[in-house]
Design a protein around this ligand. Structure first.
Ligand SMILES: Nc1ncnc2c1ncn2[C@@H]1O[C@H](COP(=O)(O)OP(=O)(O)OP(=O)(O)O)[C@@H](O)[C@H]1O
Length: 189
């Protein structure tokens, strides 16, 4: 039996003032990890932004299952400058504090978010999304700034601890996509 589609994208053409991507068609089923592949500038991030309402849909239809919550990890997440927000505060805000984080993330929680390295901030942001209660997690280039050991920890997190999560992921790292995705969809302008 086919599982429930949480997201349906039918011939979607999306962009800003003008269209930059599409038409794109796919369904994201509950419990699967689906990869979006495409060259630089193909419009992968724009498609993710169209899903979250931050880019315009010119044609086609985008449907999310009623009542579902989305968590979005941006390609370049904005970090609050000189703000005494701790890692604990951040994961509490997204609801991720209700789950036990893996050790690579647990050790980052006591520090201030504005004092983390680029890679430390990246993995903490990913955990803030993955550990939240959102039914669908959108990850845009999650391996940016991550060293190989942290990428491996992220693969394990998605395949083991967070198995069964519904994830739409954009990444240029073919080995990462191969390791976590059950299907991929190509995106082009
Ligand atoms: N806010 C914006 N306003 C107008 N055009 C934009 C905006 N953001 C991106 N674009 C344009 O939309 C096109 C697609 O960009 P997008 O970031 O979606 O591609 P991408 O596939 O995610 O690229 P990459 O793999 O390089 O991250 C590019 O030509 C880009 O210049």
């Amino acid at each position: 039996m086919k599982s429930e589609a949480l997201l349906r994208c039918h011939g979607v053409v999306a962009g800003y003032e003008h269209p930059v991507v599409g038409p794109v068609t796919f369904e994201l089923f509950r419990g699967e990890v689906l990869g979006l592949l495409g060259s630089n500038g193909a419009g992968k991030s724009t498609l993710i932004k169209a899903i979250t309402g931050h880019a315009r849909i010119f044609r086609g239809r985008l449907e999310t299952a009623p009542g579902i919550e989305l968590a979005h990890h941006r390609q370049q997440p904005v970090r609050p400058a000189e703000c005494p927000l701790s890692g604990h505060d951040l994961v509490t805000l997204t609801g991720a504090s209700r789950q036990t984080p893996p050790p690579q993330i647990a050790r980052l929680l006591d520090g201030r978010v504005d004092q983390l390295s680029g890679g430390q901030f990246q993995i903490l942001q990913i955990w803030a999304c993955l550990g939240s209660g959102a039914e669908v997690v959108l990850l845009d280039e999650p391996t940016n700034n991550l060293d190989p050991a942290t990428v491996e920890a992220l693969v394990n997190l998605i395949r083991k601890d967070q198995a069964g999560r519904t994830i739409l992921v954009v990444s240029h790292e073919a080995s990462f996509i191969d390791a976590i995705c059950s299907r991929v969809v190509s995106v082009s302008a």
